[in-house]
Ligand binder design. Structure first.
Ligand SMILES: Cc1cc2nc3c(=O)[nH]c(=O)nc-3n(C[C@H](O)[C@H](O)[C@H](O)COP(=O)(O)OP(=O)(O)OC[C@H]3O[C@@H](n4cnc5c(N)ncnc54)[C@H](O)[C@@H]3O)c2cc1C
Length: 260
């Protein structure tokens, strides 16, 4: 696998353990309980025809924390045995304004709703069918192949904060997964080329402006700093790379730290 500066990695994460455990608890299932899924018609991203652990289904196949759509509210409303729960869910499904303010803005998931409305005895397989596929996340590579063609660094933000839904703590899926990786961890990744216009120029003789928010600085951190150091000091490319190693080893996390 090789990369160019400015390329990114597509990473297939696992959902956070606590979130998976919440779903298992809601359906009174153990991680290692096995199910055999089959499709009567149509396609599915879920594994069919072979027994699979429900914990694995929940952690590596489906998005558990995305906000519930209005369509997703129909089935839980239908199976709610408590009329108050049924009418509340129907109202949220029918009223666009309420749905936007109370579900989308607060990122209330289907799982959150099933916990809030326990009389909704939705079968586990129906829950799975309503969920969307866990999508790969993209991360700009923040190292240069000049530094090491066999290594890539990522610069990413990890969110762990009170959930906007008001239900416990929100942990972002992919960045939490990456942050928990240890030497030897195996992670499903692939290199994706970025748009050519996203690559830094070969020389500082070509002016360029970087506009970004937060970790958007990631792709150009290393090359840019090395180029600026070379330009300012007349250092060789190798010396500039050694200087970057030192900067990264000590405390520099963002280009902004060097400029200020
Ligand atoms: C081309 C490209 C390059 C990228 N490069 C980088 C990079 O270099 N570094 C990087 O960090 N990211 C990068 N991203 C973003 C990255 O792909 C992910 O979107 C990001 O890491 C979040 O994914 P996640 O699975 O960790 O979080 P998710 O589990 O998907 O959660 C993110 C969602 O949670 C919401 N949220 C935040 N706080 C709360 C809260 N308290 N309660 C409820 N919901 C909340 C956010 O609004 C957001 O909608 C890049 C994206 C693209 C498209």
């Amino acid at each position: 696998m090789s990369y160019r500066t400015g390329d990114y990695l597509a990473i297939l994460p696992l959902s956070p353990d606590e979130l998976v455990q919440r779903a298992l608890t809601r359906f009174d299932l153990d991680y290692d309980s096995h199910v055999l899924l089959s499709m009567e018609r149509g396609d599915t991203f879920l594994p069919t025809g072979t027994p699979v652990a429900v914990g694995e289904l929940l952690s590596s196949y489906v998005e558990l924390a995305v906000p519930a759509t209005r369509t997703q509210l129909g089935q839980p409303a239908d199976v709610a045995s408590d009329p108050a729960h049924r009418s509340e869910l129907e109202s949220l499904a029918q009223d666009r304004g309420r749905h936007a303010a109370e579900i989308l803005d607060k990122r209330v998931s289907l799982l959150d709703l099933l916990e809030s409305y326990p009389s909704c005895q939705l079968p586990f397989t129906s829950f799975l069918e309503l969920l969307t596929q866990l999508t790969p996340r993209r991360y700009s590579i923040s190292s240069s192949p000049l530094w090491s063609p066999d290594h890539a660094t990522l610069t990413f933000a990890v969110v762990r904060a009170p959930a906007w839904s008001g239900r416990g703590v929100f942990e972002c899926a992919s960045s939490t997964y990456l942050a928990q990786a240890r030497p030897g961890s195996r992670i499903a990744v692939t290199v994706r080329p970025s748009n050519a216009a996203f690559h830094p120029p070969q020389s500082l003789g070509v002016p360029f402006i970087m506009v970004c928010a937060g970790t958007g600085l990631a792709p150009q951190v290393r090359d840019t700093c090395a180029l600026i150091y070379q330009e300012a000091t007349g250092a060789s490319g190798a010396d500039a790379e050694a200087w970057m190693d030192e900067v990264e080893r000590t405390h520099c996390r963002y280009v902004a730290d060097i400029f200020t």
